[in-house]
Design a protein around this ligand. Structure first.
Ligand SMILES: NC(=O)c1ccc[n+]([C@@H]2O[C@H](COP(=O)([O-])OP(=O)(O)OC[C@H]3O[C@@H](n4cnc5c(N)ncnc54)[C@H](OP(=O)(O)O)[C@@H]3O)[C@@H](O)[C@H]2O)c1
Length: 207
């Protein structure tokens, strides 16, 4: 996110970095400026116009309404608000006009990363012909599981390089030099949670 803000030269007068107490005090460089990460707390959103959330569904469910009540517009990366009909689910290339609905709850959700790519392609096609069925295969990066998974991948490569057995904690199997043909847990209908996200979220764009 910080790299995106830099690349786009996103206009802001001040930037505040929030995380849990685990990362509080860590220093990060943004646009040549060194900023210190602060622990998320009740006063974090005072005088904040725009709050970019990417800390998982539970954190978003708890803190996004508090940030909105403090006057910030929340843009949420997690799955917490995606299926809430009061919260606009927005992909800028597909439905930028829906952003105005942020006024309902002060929150804008963005879809699962696979849904985003899919609707960018499907939306213009639906204006040419109705869709009956879509078959999707995704090849997902380790980074999609978060920082812990990236660390595990790096540690496993190091272990393999040094002739030690690689340890797995984040994934049920070794991920280095491997591909795991399952993403997230299976639901009762035989699809995984991640697969169902694509199906459910898609319905907010194409129906
Ligand atoms: N929409 C999309 O396209 C998309 C793409 C990728 C990810 N996501 C979603 O975004 C979320 C985060 O994913 P990620 O890959 O960025 O995860 P990540 O690399 O694990 O980073 C999570 C961040 O949240 C912070 N955090 C965790 N618990 C917290 C708490 N209780 N209070 C405050 N901060 C807390 C962490 O801080 P610490 O370092 O202090 O733990 C860390 O900075 C997930 O819900 C994921 O599904 C969405």
């Amino acid at each position: 996110m910080l790299r995106c803000l830099e690349e786009r030269n996103f206009p802001y007068s001040s930037l505040r970095l929030l995380a849990s107490s685990r990362s509080a005090g860590k220093q990060l460089k943004v646009k040549g400026q060194t900023l210190t990460v602060e622990a998320l707390g009740p006063d974090s959103f005072r005088n904040i116009d725009l709050a970019l959330f990417s800390a998982g569904g539970a954190v978003s469910r708890e803190w996004a309404p508090l940030a909105a009540a403090a006057g910030a517009v929340v843009v949420d990366n997690s799955s917490a608000w995606r299926m809430d009909s009061q919260v606009p689910l927005v992909v800028p290339e597909v439905n930028p006009e829906d952003i105005g609905q942020y006024k309902n709850k002060g929150i804008i959700a963005n879809p699962n990363c696979s849904t985003i790519q899919m609707v960018v392609v499907l939306k213009p096609l639906t204006s040419l012909a109705p869709l009956k069925r879509v078959v999707v295969s995704t090849y997902q990066s380790v980074s999609g599981t978060g920082q812990k998974a990236i660390d595990e991948l790096r540690d496993q490569f190091k272990a393999i390089h040094e002739g030690r057995p690689p340890a797995s904690a984040v994934y049920p199997y070794q991920i280095a030099l491997n591909l795991i043909p399952q993403i997230d847990v299976f639901e009762e209908n035989g699809y995984t949670k991640e697969e169902m996200k694509m199906i459910n979220e898609n319905s907010r764009f194409l129906l």
